[in-house]
Design a binder for this molecule. Structure first.
Ligand code: GDP
Ligand code: CA
Length: 324
């Protein structure tokens, strides 16, 4: 049985995983999820990326939005607002609240996030093994200039959701990552994988944050199996969202080729760019990364499954070459 490890953020990662499950129904898929986006709100621990994967694969996602629950209502949020209790800019629906209550209660009882995630997944049955990158607290902060307080680090969610990534990001820092340990099972899954996939997730604040957990990058580089990625940048811009803003913060151009070079040939063996970026193929290959141009728009299940199949085919071609 093929063992696939995927480093996933939220929407881009989750949608890709849905295609991967269709493309490789027999495979054993382990997802290492980003927890740098996690935030405490109203005394509750919220894990946006883990939940997006869980809800998307478990059939509970709000499809158009790409995050949060389908058929959601906002009574709790409205009642909190009536008490003047915010933040109002973060959309937590009533159904979603229940997930965060269960998570917070279990963590208060002493369970690590990995055990809590496993328990939540018992309800959702995502069909993959979903592991947080770490059980330790990591919080991505973004350095911006403010009028009142000068240069200041704010929580990633405040930058992304409240400020819509409008201010220039001077730096992106996964606070706590340097002292974090990979969650139980993460290094073992990487070590026994047949292929490792970077889905079209945000290269800085999703995949980049996972790679910032000490040991993860090293384990991937040492795994001796193909590492294949799919570009979240198509035609010089992110397909959704503001990834260009955080790429700029780390000095990387918002192009498919620049993102491949950012991961680098020390980590990445293969890279898929969209057919719109076919020009990038020789550029990426000159960097020592095997590259193909295929359609990369996750418009529906079939198109997404075809992307996953292309990634696995590229990995297949590379298997003989990367073996230790
Ligand atoms: P987030 O945590 O919700 O921001 O989600 P991820 O980090 O997993 O993925 C975000 C990235 O997905 C963005 O940079 C988008 O450009 C990318 N993305 C979204 N939809 C598509 C798509 O259909 N095709 C490709 N290639 N990338 C996509
Ligand atoms: Ca995210």
């Amino acid at each position: 049985m093929q063992r696939i490890v995927v480093l996933a953020g939220g929407t881009g990662g989750a949608r890709f995983l849905r295609g991967l499950k269709l493309a490789a129904p027999e495979a054993e898929i382990t997802v290492v999820g980003n927890t740098g986006d996690d935030i405490h709100l109203f005394g509750l621990k919220v894990c946006p990326d883990l939940d997006t994967v869980m809800y998307t694969l478990g059939g509970g996602i709000h499809e158009e939005q790409g995050w949060g629950r389908a058929d959601e209502s906002f009574a709790v949020k409205e009642e909190l607002a009536a008490y003047g209790v915010g933040p109002e800019w973060f959309g937590l629906g009533d159904r979603d609240f229940a997930t965060h209550i269960v998570r917070t209660q279990m963590m208060a009882a002493g369970f690590p996030l990995s055990a809590v995630t496993e328990a939540l997944c018992r309800r959702w049955e995502p069909g993959v093994r979903l592991l947080p990158m770490t059980d330790d607290r990591v919080e991505t902060h973004v350095l911006i200039d403010t009028e009142d307080e000068g240069r200041k680090a704010i929580h990633f969610q405040e930058y992304w959701v409240r400020l819509r990534a409008e201010p220039t990001a001077h730096a992106v820092v996964p606070v706590g990552a340097d002292k974090a340990e990979p969650a139980p099972g993460v290094l073992a899954a990487i070590g026994s994988a047949d292929v490792i996939v970077f889905p079209p997730s945000n290269p800085v604040v999703s995949v980049g944050t996972i790679l910032a957990v000490p040991g993860v990058r090293e384990a991937i580089a040492a795994a001796g199996v193909p590492v294949v990625g799919l570009s979240p940048i198509v035609g010089g811009a992110p397909v959704r969202g503001m990834a260009d803003k955080v790429l700029a913060a780390v000095g990387v151009e918002a192009t498919a080729a620049a993102v491949a070079a950012h991961y680098g040939s020390g980590l990445l063996d293969g890279w898929l760019v969209d057919t719109a970026d076919a020009d990038a193929v020789p550029v990426v290959e000159a960097d020592g990364i095997r590259c193909r141009a295929v359609p990369l728009m996750m418009t529906d299940a079939d198109a997404t499954a075809a992307m996953a199949r292309a990634a696995l085919e590229l990995a297949g071609e590379l298997t003989a070459e990367v073996a230790p």
